[in-house]
Structures are given as structure tokens and as C-alpha cells.
Design a binder for this molecule. Structure first.
Ligand SMILES: Cc1cc2nc3c(=O)[nH]c(=O)nc-3n(C[C@H](O)[C@H](O)[C@H](O)COP(=O)(O)OP(=O)(O)OC[C@H]3O[C@@H](n4cnc5c(N)ncnc54)[C@H](O)[C@@H]3O)c2cc1C
Ligand code: FES
Length: 403
């Protein structure tokens, strides 16, 4: 009996030694277990942080808008997956000034061979005219990973969706419609697309084709400055147009993309239809053109006033303080980039107060923030600001050594 027990124990010891040997062999050959490696690759794929994109094609969409197609500039680094409606932040260097602008992805999320961006050249703009005039096949740009919350959320948004786009604001909807059409999603969509003239209807052939193929997608073009022969709707996207087309507002969820002026106009129209704010999402296309015209702007401030910004920062591992001059009608982030004091780019994504990537500690001073921008209560309480939408209206002291 004792002999048998001893035999069993010895067998177990041998098995253990064999398992240990095997484990050691596995560790040597396969140091990372497959599941861990798989997860790490997946996380890196979904959240690469930044991407390097190479222009592979350029197409003129209208007089002032071009479609740029980008592939991954690093053959082994695949493009990150995204949800239709999201954007990427493109970084550019113009006259030694490093800055970024967000652009919505227009391509379908069902393929990741390339991304497409439809970029409109803004009169008096800084980045978009540069991209429009200079970006060519072969050029490489850095970008953020896909970002943003402007996408269909079936639980909260339901299946009946009303899309309202102005001008280049059509780009995220193109991606969403491509997605709905390709996957034959059971969603009912009404798209109202406001443009100046017929020539400004971007992606028209493709939109018409989608509408023809998918009866659940209905599109209405509304022109504010049409030629006399235009037989479609004229003027602005009004509550009457919306109601006529969608029948009832019940159960419908509204998405708006366009400049701030358009958003304010549409918001008032939707309010008149008694649509709850909770049933509307919008993507504000950047900062206001003229902040002095925004509700709440302190009229006593002289718009030509120069402001001093004291900036605490870390340079070469040491804390330093710099003072720059800024304009009260320019977002603080733009002034910081223009001053080129940092030697690196302050993190940013949306440049419209939403993503919180540019969050910065303000030690003292006064800023103006457009009223529709919602800053988290905790940020306000602890003195954090979003420089992308903050206009300094007194001398300001910020601390970048904490970011
Ligand atoms: C989520 C999101 C998605 C968007 N998607 C699209 C899209 O799909 N297509 C599209 O066309 N647009 C899109 N936009 C708008 C886009 O991001 C830009 O706002 C637009 O292209 C205008 O940029 P701009 O630099 O030309 O103009 P502005 O940003 O208005 O540039 C002028 C500003 O640049 C600064 N500036 C000027 N000169 C200098 C200088 N010498 N040094 C430093 N700063 C200077 C000043 O602050 C000035 O106010 C999107 C915006 C957002 C928020
Ligand atoms: S860049 Fe998104 S909040 Fe400032």
C-alpha cells in the first residue's frame, strides 16, 4: 500500500516536472500568451493614438471643396476602425506653425483600405485654404485616431432619423448613409441638405443613387440661391419643409451638422416644432467666425485689445514661464500655436469644446466661452478651461506644466 502511494507521488512529481519543462519551453518559444498578444494588438488597432496618412487620390467635388483619399503611410500600420459620423484631427505645419483641424470621415466604415475627407476651402481660413491649394498625392500628414460622439446610437436614437446638413456638413452623413445602405440597416432616414446653388450639392450622384436603391432613405435638397430653372425647394431648411416631408415628429431623432449660424437657425425651427433638446445631436463645425457677434460677448471689450498670457510650461525638463501676446477674438489655443512657445503641440481633437483633450489649468484671468459650449462642472470648479473655445478677455495665467 505504502509502495503504491509512493509510486503515485513520484508519478505526480514527474508530471509536474514535465509540465514545468513544457511551460519553460512555451515561455521561451511563446513568451506572450496568444490571448494577451491578440488583445494588445486589438487595442492598438482601435486606439492607435495617432496615425500617419498618405494622400492617395484627390477629387474636386465643387468649386471650393475637394475630396481627399488617404491610405496608411505605414504599410504595417492599418487604419483604425471608426463609427460612421466620427472625425479625425489633421495636423499641418504652415509657416512653421503647427496646428490641427478636425474633419469628418466621409468614407464607409465597412472598409479600411482608405479614409476619405471632404474639405471645403473657407474664405479667410488658415488651414482649409492651405489643404485645398497644396495637398497632393503622396503627401503625408499626421492625424488623431477617429474621435467623436456623432454617430447612431440605436438605444437612445431609435430607428427614425432626421439628418439636417448645411454645405460641407454633409460629410459625416455621407459616411452614415453609405453604412446604412451597404449593411441594409432597418433605419428610416430623412436627409435635408441645404446648399447655396445646385453646383454646391456635394456627393449628389451618390446620394441620388442611394435614395433610389434604398426606399427607407429620403433626401431633400434645399437651395438658398438657386438658378431660376431649379424646380426643387428654395430658401432655408424650415420647420414647414421638415414637417411636410417627415409627417410627424413622433419618435424621430434629429442630427444637425453645419456652421454655428445654421445650427442656431435650425435649433429655433426644431424648438418651434416642440422637439425636445434631448432628441437632437449636433456637430458644430468649428469656432464662430466672429466671436463678438455671439450672445453674451461682453460688449465693453475692445476687439482690437491685446491680451497678455502668462504660460507656465516645462521645457527640457525644467519649469519655465513665458509671456505671449494674444487677441481677445481668437481662441487661446490658436494664440498659443501662433506664438510657437511650446515646441510641441498641445493635445487637441475637436477644437470645439467637446473632446476635452486640450483641458488646461487657468490660474487667473477671465475668458469668454460661447454659451452653447458645455464645460464639465468639475472642470469649472477646479479652474480648468478648454483653450480651443476660450477667448481671453483679460490678462490670463495658464499652467501647461500640468498637462
Ligand atoms: C467635428 C468637426 C468636423 C468637421 N468636419 C469638416 C469637414 O468634413 N469638412 C470641412 O470642410 N470642414 C469640417 N470642419 C471644419 C474644419 O475643422 C475647420 O474649422 C475648417 O476647415 C476651417 O478651418 P480654417 O483653418 O480654414 O479656418 P479657421 O479655423 O477659421 O482659421 C482661421 C483661424 O486660424 C487662426 N489663424 C489665422 N492665421 C493664423 C496664423 N498665421 N497663425 C496661427 N493661427 C492663425 C486664427 O485663429 C483664425 O481665427 C469640421 C469641424 C468640426 C469641429
Ligand atoms: S480640442 Fe476638444 S475640447 Fe479642446
Amino acid at each position: 500500500m505504502e509502495k503504491d502511494v509512493m509510486k503515485d507521488i513520484m508519478n505526480d512529481v514527474k508530471k509536474y516536472q514535465k509540465a514545468e519543462k513544457l511551460k519553460k519551453w512555451r515561455d521561451e518559444v511563446e513568451p506572450i500568451p496568444w490571448y494577451f498578444d491578440g488583445l494588445e494588438n486589438l487595442c492598438d488597432r482601435i486606439h492607435p493614438g495617432k496615425l500617419f496618412l498618405q494622400v492617395s487620390d484627390v477629387k474636386q467635388l465643387s468649386l471650393d471643396t475637394k475630396l481627399f483619399r488617404f491610405i496608411s503611410a505605414k504599410p504595417k500600420k492599418l487604419l483604425a476602425p471608426f463609427r460612421s459620423g466620427q472625425y479625425i484631427g489633421l495636423t499641418v505645419e504652415i509657416n512653421n506653425i503647427k496646428t490641427s483641424r478636425p474633419y469628418s470621415l466621409a468614407s464607409s466604415p465597412n472598409q479600411l483600405a482608405y479614409y476619405e475627407l471632404g474639405i471645403k476651402k473657407k474664405e479667410g481660413g488658415f488651414v482649409s485654404p492651405y489643404l485645398f491649394e497644396n495637398l497632393k498625392v503622396g503627401d503625408i500628414l499626421e492625424s488623431t485616431e477617429p474621435m467623436g460622439n456623432f454617430y447612431h446610437n440605436p438605444i437612445f436614437h431609435g430607428n427614425d432619423l432626421v439628418f439636417i446638413a448645411g454645405g460641407s456638413g454633409i460629410t459625416p452623413f455621407v459616411s452614415i448613409l453609405r453604412d446604412i445602405s451597404e449593411r441594409v440597416l432597418p433605419l428610416n432616414v430623412w436627409l435635408f441638405f441645404g446648399c447655396l446653388t445646385e453646383k454646391d450639392i456635394l456627393f449628389r450622384d451618390e446620394l441620388d443613387e442611394i435614395q433610389e436603391r434604398r426606399p427607407n432613405i429620403k433626401i431633400k435638397y434645399i437651395l438658398s440661391e438657386p438658378k431660376p430653372e431649379w424646380t426643387g425647394a428654395r430658401g432655408f431648411i424650415s420647420k414647414e419643409e421638415i414637417l411636410n416631408k417627415i409627417g410627424s415628429i413622433k419618435g424621430k431623432f434629429f442630427y444637425i451638422v453645419g456652421n454655428r449660424a445654421m445650427y442656431q437657425f435650425i435649433q429655433a425651427e426644431l424648438q418651434a416644432l416642440e422637439i425636445s433638446r434631448h432628441r437632437i445631436i449636433y456637430e458644430a463645425y468649428g469656432v464662430p467666425d466672429d466671436v463678438t457677434k455671439i450672445m453674451g460677448w461682453p460688449e465693453e471689450i475692445d476687439a482690437s485689445k491685446k491680451i497678455h498670457i502668462t504660460v507656465d510650461l516645462i521645457r527640457k525638463g525644467k519649469k519655465e514661464t513665458a509671456i505671449i501676446e494674444a487677441s481677445c477674438v481668437e481662441p487661446l489655443l490658436n494664440s498659443l500655436e501662433r506664438a510657437r512657445i511650446l515646441g510641441y503641440q498641445l493635445d487637441n481633437g475637436c477644437r470645439s469644446g467637446e473632446c476635452a483633450l486640450c483641458r488646461t489649468k487657468m490660474r487667473s484671468g477671465k475668458i469668454f466661452v460661447p454659451p452653447e459650449v458645455i464645460i464639465r462642472e468639475s472642470d469649472q470648479e477646479f479652474g480648468f478651461i478648454h483653450p480651443c473655445v476660450s477667448y481671453p478677455i483679460s490678462d490670463v495665467h495658464i499652467d501647461l506644466s500640468l498637462t
